[in-house]
Design a protein around this ligand. Structure first.
Ligand SMILES: [Zn+2]
Length: 481
């Protein structure tokens, strides 16, 4: 997860007003049901494991969780710890747990995703120990408290709870926890390729994306977002070289001036407006929530992607432009080697967020064309991993809507496309449509995933348990709550 709720857009201020910092309400002592105590126990234990890259702790976490599932009544044959050695030699693991259904729906399984690894955190940088779950002021603090041990604990506790309640799903439910989402995502890839026999599914629900937004001022829920697509991340270097020379004898051609010209042309270029199911639904819903010219333009663009005036308005809004098209922006620059020498080379780094369905090679060709600079060499840095948008499904939308409305009646459910990547990228690329649907509502100002003092409201942790129970009952239950 990268800024789970604070989508690319996200943090669109929906309601004007001063941000009044207020402690979230509730303490965990008020949640006394056995499934709630168990969920908290699992959450506390796994936050205590430093499953960051280089620490080698993911296999121990997978083993601990496997144990919980077996103790909770899942047959050992349906609990699979799948070790994986990463290219740097570190041992990680995936965990797959099958909750067998009676097959009465005739439907294929649903895959449930979360990741066990976290971005590392240093004790000395944090106010509290990042690897101890600390409850304070209505929040749970700790590395992974949101991203994504929240997701692992939610799904684990929900399986244990449903099993204890005697729930028999009408189709198989399959948990797949990965071990290196924050780095290479190789374990997610292996879970849906090498181990496909264990993980094949009609679609996947990702507990590391999507989620709800709370109003900054009032703390009231504003909207819930289903993550149904991810933009592709690709970085390019634009390099010009030149024979150079002494700065007392300037030449007609100069690598710095020529690169500056190329970047100016790139800055002026706008990739074509694009719309898919998800972004159309997003624009339409946001048009209803957001007042003013931007909201109005979102509505017009949803109805007519060729509306140039609307596209113009959104182009100028940094929170929204990424929803409407591929974007490329210069992020770094280096050139020259001495103050009294003509530059022998000049290089700009350009980072692109590519609309699903567009090939990174086409973006590179576009950069070459629009910069229109003789001798400019455009090179892609690192790999790009495109993934298709997942077409929205009525059954998933209905289940998520039921779960959201059970907690917060009247709150709209809106599809969105993220500008960051999760394991969903790998799962979608392997042909399994994936929807980010975590049960966490947050204020933008509480977003600290990957950062210092990561936290979630206590009431959200317990609310997410109801979120998942409702969703799974809708999608795989005989009766609906
Ligand atoms: Zn994550």
């Amino acid at each position: 997860m990268r800024h789970a709720l604070c989508l690319t857009l996200a943090c669109i201020a929906l309601v004007a007003g001063p941000a009044v910092p207020a402690a979230a309400q509730g303490t965990s002592a008020g949640y006394t049901q056995p499934y709630q105590r168990k969920a908290l126990d699992v959450y506390r234990t796994i936050v205590g494991m430093r499953t960051a890259a280089g620490q080698g702790k993911v296999p121990a976490m997978a083993a601990y969780l496997a144990d919980q599932f077996r103790q909770g009544g899942f047959p050992a044959g349906d609990v699979h710890v799948l070790p994986l050695t990463l290219p740097d030699g570190e041992a990680t693991a995936g965990l797959v747990v099958r909750y067998r259904g009676d097959g009465s729906s005739g439907k294929r399984p649903i895959l449930l995703l979360a990741h066990m690894d976290v971005v590392d955190a240093r004790r000395e940088d944090w106010t509290r120990d990042p690897f101890t779950l600390v409850e304070e002021g209505g929040y749970f603090f700790g590395r992974g408290s949101a991203d994504d041990k929240f997701g692992v604990a939610s799904l684990t506790a929900t399986f244990l709870r449903l099993k204890a309640e005697g729930f028999v799903p009408t189709r198989d439910l399959v948990i797949a926890f990965s071990g290196d989402e924050e780095t290479a995502m190789l374990s997610a890839r292996s879970l849906v390729t090498t181990h496909r026999a264990l993980t094949d599914a009609e679609f996947a629900l990702n507990d590391d994306g999507g989620g709800g937004m709370l109003d900054e001022a009032t703390g009231k829920p504003v909207a819930y977002f289903i993550q149904a697509a991810e933009k592709t991340y690709a970085t390019f270097e634009l390099t010009l070289t030149n024979p150079g020379g002494h700065s007392s004898t300037p030449r007609a051609d100069n690598a710095i001036y020529a690169l500056a010209g190329a970047l100016t042309r790139l800055e002026a270029y706008r990739f074509p407006v694009q719309v898919n199911d998800t972004t159309r639904g997003f624009l339409r819903a946001m048009a209803r929530l957001k007042t003013g010219p931007v909201g109005e333009a979102m509505g017009r663009l949803a109805d007519n992607p060729a509306d140039a005036a609307a596209a113009d308005v959104l182009w100028r809004d940094p929170e929204v432009v990424g929803i409407t098209r591929t974007t490329c922006v210069a992020t770094m620059l280096r050139a020259g080697h001495a103050e009294n020498a003509l530059p022998q080379s000049a290089t700009a780094t350009v980072n692109c967020r590519i609309f699903p369905g567009v090939a990174p090679s086409d973006v590179k060709a576009t950069i070459e064309r629009v910069t229109d600079t003789k001798g400019l060499v455009v090179t892609q840095i690192g790999e790009a991993f495109p993934s298709p948008a997942s077409p929205l499904r009525d059954d998933v939308t209905a289940a998520v809507t039921a779960a959201v409305q059970a907690r917060y009646p009247g709150v709209p459910v809106i599809p969105y496309m993220a500008a960051y990547a999760t394991d969903g990228r790998e799962v979608r690329s392997a042909g399994i449509p994936t929807f980010g649907v975590m049960g966490l509502f947050m204020k933008d100002s509480d977003q600290f995933a990957h950062g210092l003092n990561e936290r979630v409201p206590v009431e959200q942790f317990f609310g997410a348990l109801e979120h998942w129970k409702t969703m799974l009952s809708h999608l795989a239950g005989r009766t609906r709550p």
